[in-house]
Design a protein around this ligand. Structure first.
Ligand SMILES: *Cc1c(COP(=O)(O)O)cnc(C)c1O
Length: 400
């Protein structure tokens, strides 16, 4: 193995790159701009024809029966919890290693998120941990396809069925992924997506829930529009002013402008997933022989969507260099690394309101001290990928 004896940028050496490479980034092309412009001069800026088109294309892409567009991924999760009727006193099992919104959506409904630990190799929710947390109050499991790798759905569905629980996929990392040949978006009763710019496709802000259950889809369309039975465009079409508000809902609508962008972006998904997988192959190959640099395991029954490329830096093999040093060293080299995530049960809100504490999910807590997300997005050039690999060798070489 080549050893890199150059002085680290953090110690005053020359950085690998002069400008910071982001960890994730959108890809907007002229056709996206044209699609958005066409809507701007049309009759409908929101809740027009582009919403149904985007929903239908999205449902076709993931091969689900229905898709409901909402204003962001957090709204998608909240809307999914509404569809299930989660309420005060209900428990929903969520992984500790995720973005806070996965747990927050349960709290929005007055429910209690119960944190399950994760598998040490994949950092996906551990089905055995889930099983141990089921109580008579448990109503649902939210699995998170962390980094883009689908969870063990056969085992999770078996647990859910046996205990009469709903299964929800927080699929915000995993659009375009597959589990045993089945697309993400069909793996759970409700599947929530985000179109934030760092995710696989973007609408600026945006979200979607897919389901095969038409009763869930109808409830979700109500919830995103104030709990009102018809929308403005339907009423105009029918020449009527009448509507009824039948439940308490939100304004979680996605605009026509955003939906047109989403439909345009969706066309690139297969190519973008292929490029993410190609970058992952290069990283994995390059890191194979570097001690202390351990990419998360990928199970053979999945097609990984690689929203993130997460590496565990093992301090035992890196002269105890801690993650804080490694993180800062990468940033100094011009590599925009990130950390996904601080385990949710460690946040002050959950400690204060739900009595969570350190030690509750030890595997997630240890992983948190070692993980770094390396740049991963389809617009990265081969030179960008090579720069990341050079920086990994340089930073870890200085710790060997
Ligand atoms: C991005 C993300 C969300 C929230 O999506 P927003 O569109 O930012 O609201 C929820 N869960 C996970 C796992 C995410 O990565």
């Amino acid at each position: 193995m080549a050893t890199y004896s150059e002085k680290l940028a953090i110690h005053g050496g020359k950085p690998v790159r002069n400008s910071l490479l982001a960890y994730g980034k959108q890809w907007i092309q002229q056709e996206d701009v044209d699609a958005v412009n066409a809507v701007l001069t049309s009759d409908w800026l929101t809740t027009g024809p582009n919403v149904a088109v985007f929903e239908q294309r999205f449902a076709e892409t993931v091969r689900s029966k229905d898709a409901v567009a909402v204003s962001n991924g957090t709204a998608a999760l909240h809307t999914a919890m509404y569809a299930l009727g989660i309420r005060v006193g209900d428990e929903v099992i969520v992984p500790a290693m995720t973005f806070a919104a996965t747990a927050n959506c349960v709290a929005f409904m007055g429910g209690r998120p119960v944190f399950a630990d994760v598998d040490p190799d994949t950092l996906l929710i551990d089905p055995a941990a889930v099983e141990g947390l089921v109580t008579p109050r448990t109503k649902a499991i939210i699995a998170v396809d962390y980094a883009g790798q689908p969870c063990e759905y056969d085992r999770l569905a078996e647990i859910a069925d046996r205990h009469h629980l709903a299964l929800v996929d927080d699929a915000c990392h995993a659009l375009g992924g597959e589990y045993r040949g089945r697309p993400v978006g069909t793996l759970a009763d409700l599947n929530a997506f985000s179109f934030h710019p760092v995710k696989h496709i973007t609408t600026g802000e945006g979200g979607m829930i897919t389901t095969d259950r038409s009763d869930f889809a109808a409830r979700m369309r109500l919830f995103r529009n104030h709990g009102i039975t018809s929308d403005h465009r339907q009423r105009e079409h029918e020449g009527s002013w009448f509507y009824e508000m039948v439940d308490l809902g939100f304004n979680y609508r996605l605009t026509d402008i955003q939906c047109a962008l989403g439909t345009s972006q969706l066309k690139h998904l297969p190519d973008w997933i292929a490029r993410r997988q190609e970058i992952a192959r290069r990283y994995t190959g390059a890191f194979r022989d570097i001690p202390g640099v351990n990419p998360l395991a990928v199970r053979k029954e999945v097609s990984h969507a690689f929203h993130l490329f997460v590496v565990r830096f093992d301090p035992a093999e890196l002269r105890n260099a801690d993650r804080t040093f490694i993180f800062q060293a990468f940033r100094a080299e011009g590599i925009g690394v990130n950390v996904h995530y601080i385990p949710v049960h460690l946040h002050p809100y959950y400690r204060d309101h739900f009595g969570t504490s350190a030690g509750q999910c030890p595997i997630a807590e240890t992983a948190y001290t070692q993980i770094v997300s390396l740049p991963m997005f389809p617009l990265m050039t081969d030179q960008d990928v090579a720069d990341v690999i050079t920086a990994v060798k340089k930073v870890t070489g200085s710790c060997l």
